[in-house]
Write a protein that binds this ligand. Structure first.
Ligand SMILES: [Zn+2]
Length: 424
């Protein structure tokens, strides 16, 4: 039995931080006594530190396997420990791809018994090439988050529709990277004044909205839920709103980079640094960023999901055209999304809904994960507010990202995962 006491424990029922005594037994929260004024003997007194549920991130590029130089499962675990992420759904675009039951078993073997839970997505199509479906029947019976070809769109409509039916029947996620490559292939930046001035190929927002519109129409026809990765454009939000009103179950993600940055930020940086902003989908206008943040507050966007994507210097410190897509963030998951919270005027209730509760529900784990409640796994973070300070990096093997200049305003003190203290 472990006992933790703090004057600021998140109380989901009242939507406030309150004095509380948490008892942890066999990895789970045994009880929470709110209103408890003093700490008992054999209790760790956390003072005025904030205590809330740890995060669940539905969009992580784990690397490992043949890309251990970018990130391996040890460094991934270490980054999540500091970031306060207790469960990660990892995308299938590893090298080699997670596109067969054997590869899923390899992933599960390498990530078993780690302090942070890692759930793989299986690829929808072999090698993510969009041509041949993988062994869905077998894969969907395995402990996976669902199916996803993330990194690539499912341009073949027949395969998309069949995958939608299969994931609906299995009760698993179909996580979609929405991009019409006919207008965005080889693009490196948002189609804007900046792309035209610099001669870089720009991606219009239609690259996202066209695919989203096709897929929402099918979700409505088949009454099947769909999950949209990393939204980038305001126009996509109006499509989602329209279909949600019709009763379509559509969930979606907000990344820290689409929430905190816009194409205007490029102007303030040296062209040499631009490749650090290169990501797919591209970072768009300030008005898009603000609309995405409003949508997170209103619940139109369902979850925070980071799209953590490590790349080595060799692959990232290059001219825009040849640099790899992707931004690193996992080990600063809490401070980055705390900045999103501050700038978007999200309440802490909104924050925990987006970072923990909704992702748990979408994985079908909402009875054991995502809440600070008796009976749930003891997955919690302990943190404090600080004066603005530089973000700390160093746990991931890579360091790519456009985060220079951003200041953290919270600091992680402890992270508990399934009843074990894994940080602090
Ligand atoms: Zn993607």
């Amino acid at each position: 039995m472990r006992r933790l006491y703090s004057k600021r424990v998140w109380n989901e029922r009242t939507g406030r931080f309150e004095p509380g005594l948490i008892e942890i037994r066999k990895g789970r929260i045994d009880s929470i006594d709110f209103g408890s004024k003093r700490s008992l003997a054999k209790t760790e007194d956390l003072g005025e530190s904030f205590v809330g549920p740890s995060a669940i991130d539905l969009h992580i590029h784990s690397r490992g396997f043949d890309e251990n130089h970018k990130e391996d499962f040890e460094s991934l675990e270490a980054a999540a420990q500091r970031g306060g992420v207790g469960l990660m759904a990892c995308m299938a675009n590893t090298q080699p791809r997670l596109d067969s039951p054997k590869r899923i078993l390899d992933f599960l073997r390498l990530t078993k018994n780690r302090s942070i839970r890692m759930l793989p997505f299986a690829a929808v199509t072999e090698k993510l090439e969009g041509k041949t479906p993988t062994a869905w029947k077998e894969l969907l019976k395995m402990p996976i988050a669902g199916l996803s070809d993330d990194g690539k769109p499912l341009w073949n409509e027949e395969i998309f529709v069949a995958a939608l039916k299969a994931t609906k029947a299995a009760g698993k996620l179909l996580s979609l990277h929405e991009e019409d490559l006919s207008c965005s292939e080889a693009s490196v930046i948002h189609l804007s004044e900046a792309s035209m001035r610099t001669g870089h190929k720009g991606s219009p927002e239609e690259a996202e909205t066209r695919m989203v519109e096709r897929d929402l129409a099918w979700a409505a026809r088949l009454r099947a839920p769909i999950h949209l990765c990393h939204l980038s454009s305001e126009k996509t939000l109006s499509l989602i709103r329209r279909y949600q009103k019709k009763g379509v179950k559509v969930s979606s993600e907000l990344t820290p980079h689409h929430a905190l940055l816009s194409v205007e930020d490029f102007r303030e940086r040296e062209p040499l640094e631009w490749s650090q902003f290169k990501v797919c989908p591209v970072i768009r206008e300030r008005s898009d960023r603000e609309a995405l943040c409003r949508a997170a507050r209103s619940g139109l966007i369902s979850v925070f999901a980071s799209d953590h994507a490590p790349h080595s210097r060799l692959e990232k410190d290059r001219p825009m055209e040849s640099a790899a897509h992707g931004i690193l963030s996992l080990e600063n998951h809490l401070p980055l999304y705390d900045l999103v919270r501050r700038r978007s005027k999200l309440s802490w209730g909104d924050y925990f809904r987006l970072s923990a509760q909704k992702p748990a529900d979408l994985l079908g784990l909402g009875q054991e994960w995502g809440h600070l409640k008796p009976g749930y796994w003891a997955n919690l973070i302990v943190f404090e507010e600080t004066k603005p300070q530089d973000l700390e990096w160093g746990r991931s093997k890579s360091s790519n990202g456009p985060w220079k200049g951003l200041k953290a305003q919270v600091r992680m003190l402890q992270h508990w995962s399934q009843g074990r203290q894994v940080y602090g």
